[in-house]
Design a protein around this ligand. Structure first.
Ligand code: SAH
Length: 414
């Protein structure tokens, strides 16, 4: 029996293959490549399935439609692995699919950049699974227990393909209970014996610490790399406010690009401390040594509203403001207010970078909130530049396109 077809440990007598049929709209969506089937869109099932069991989907004409991982504990009841012609999901399949993800990233990884997303979930054909690479360390983040029966195979495929010194495991809140019952822990190593929480990696030659054991997501927000590059290229001689600064990624790029001052603004003392450590790590760079770096510990929503300070560039990259669909309208309103207060902090001739990582807010809604705030400021501004994910964060379906950013250049006084 193939590894991926194997029933989870502890399963009693062999059972017939789990077979599913879907409602017509779901069938069409899966045929077009959508990777999720919600529970209410299952039409028929030959028996109850186990978590992580491989299920075969048949279409309305009884032909093979797809293979997926059954997830009885999630509203996303089936996580599609493959749609189209029948395949055998075995070791060779796993290796080939991983090799395809690696090939997709040719050009992202080089001598100056060794921090990147190696596997971006569904959009790379690996549902509920992310791999971030930080130099020789891989962080495998799992968002569902469906991978528990395959954790050994996954570890082996990653070792074979990427030859890491270490693979750390990170578990989402949904995935953790099942893994913990099986003896796994969030933050543990799956491979390698390093025990240090932080690793150093490179982004465009800049050195960054990443806390791979406890850090947010897998340690660092790699998805903003292209936007950080843009800021770095535009910062010479300028005062750059980095609101929601986390570990100082934008400020480091700006400082190396010749910014005059780079204040970080974050509510978390740990984030500000991480940024100071990153600045120390790069103190050998002339621009970074010369730029005035400051830490402001405050609630950025309040600080931006109340402060009278002005900057040439204001970066505003808050955490997700809509974790659920029900929060969408409130989040759009919050983005609008945040953009208004950020714009008030931008000097004439300056630049606003407003970003959103809320999957429930569409790019159109976010861009409208930001440009509406700019109109309301009564100031003239040039054509905005809109950007999305870095190329190592491919997004093949709507729900995966969470990151959007607007660069808004304000006109200098006439
Ligand atoms: N721009 C960063 C990522 C930002 S993540 C990068 O490129 O890496 C969001 C950050 O917002 C986190 O560091 C979090 O501590 C901070 N944060 C959350 N709520 C906040 C608030 N109310 N005021 C200020 N910072 C906040």
């Amino acid at each position: 029996m193939s590894l991926l077809g194997a029933a989870p440990a502890g399963t009693p007598a062999p059972q017939p293959r789990l077979r599913l049929r879907l409602r017509p709209a779901a069938e069409t969506a899966v045929r077009r490549g959508h990777p999720w089937v919600y529970a209410e869109r299952l039409r028929e099932r030959n028996r109850e399935g186990l978590s992580g069991e491989l299920a075969v989907v048949y279409d309305r004409n009884d032909r093979f439609l797809a293979l997926g991982l059954y997830d009885p504990d999630s509203p996303i009841r089936l996580r599609v692995l493959h749609a189209g012609k029948p395949v055998t999901v075995d070791d060779a399949w796993g290796r080939a699919r991983l090799a395809a993800a690696i090939a997709r990233r040719t050009g992202v990884h080089d001598a100056r950049t060794n921090g990147l997303r190696g596997v971006n979930g569904e959009s790379d054909g690996w549902p509920a699974l992310v791999v971030d690479q930080y130099a020789a360390t891989l962080v495998l983040k799992l968002y569902s227990a469906v991978w528990l029966p395959r954790i050994t195979a996954l570890t082996r495929w990653l070792c074979e393909a990427l030859r890491p010194a270490r693979i750390g495991l990170r578990l989402s809140r949904n995935a953790a209970p099942a893994f913990e019952l099986a003896g796994f822990q969030d933050g543990q190593n799956l491979w390698g014996d390093a025990t240090d929480a932080s690793v150093v990696f490179l982004e465009d030659g800049l050195r960054f610490w990443s806390d791979v054991v406890k850090g947010q997501k897998t340690g660092v927000f790699l998805d903003q790399r292209e936007n950080r590059r843009r800021i770095g290229a535009a910062a010479r001689g300028l005062d750059v406010l980095n609101a929601f600064s986390f570990s100082g990624g934008f400020s480091l790029h700006a400082a190396r690009g010749g910014a005059r001052s780079v204040p970080d603004l974050d509510i978390s003392p740990h984030a500000l401390e991480a940024a100071r450590r990153n600045f120390a790590l790069n103190a050998g760079d002339a621009g970074i040594a010369a730029a005035r770096h400051a830490s402001i510990q405050a609630d950025a929503f309040e600080w931006l509203e109340r402060s009278g300070d002005r900057f040439d560039v204001v970066i505003c990259d808050p955490p997700s403001l809509a974790k659920r669909e029900a929060e969408r309208a409130g989040a759009i309103e919050a983005y609008h207010r945040l953009a208004m207060h950020s714009i008030a902090r931008v000097r004439p001739g300056g630049l606003l970078l407003a970003a959103s990582c809320s999957a429930h807010v569409t790019p159109e809604e976010f861009y409208a909130a930001v440009t509406e705030a700019a109109h309301r400021s009564g100031r003239s501004f040039g054509e905005p530049v809109y950007t999305g994910h870095a190329p190592d964060h491919p997004a093949t379906f709507d729900e995966a396109r969470y990151l959007k950013a607007a660069f808004l250049p304000f006109e200098p006084p006439a």
